[in-house]
Write a protein that binds this ligand. Sequence first.
Ligand SMILES: [Zn+2]
Length: 149
Amino acid sequence: MRIINKSKLPNSKIREIVNFVKPSGIKNFDIIITNTSTGWHYGCARRNQVLIRLSDKEKFPFIHDCGKPYLPILLLTEDESLIQIFAHELRHVYQHQHGNKRLRNKIKIGKKVGKETDADVYAIRKVREWRRRQPQPIISLNSLNELMS
Ligand SMILES: [Zn+2]
């Protein structure tokens, strides 16, 4: 695993996130991280290489929803947003290295089984796992109500 960090985020933070989300059984991959001036994090994965562009303009909480085939996800903090994007993209590396047959998270949309959906299911699980580990509730009921209204 090689991490090439050209973003503003410290290496220690990147390592913490990557160690938390990395699917077991993937190896020999590169992650390149840069900043973006757009409002959203951006990621793409090609074979064993992942590119992630980080925005510092995301506002929390928000519901990350790119429409089909992606799944909507509630993100409460910057950390959760990082977990989401890194988990999603690293799941693509897992898909590449292990092939479709071994994907456990596959769910059907219509008749199609999607790699994007599989990656999102994995990312959602990781975000929830991260959230459960936090010692304090990280959002007030009021701000959650505001978000839902
Ligand atoms: Zn994807």
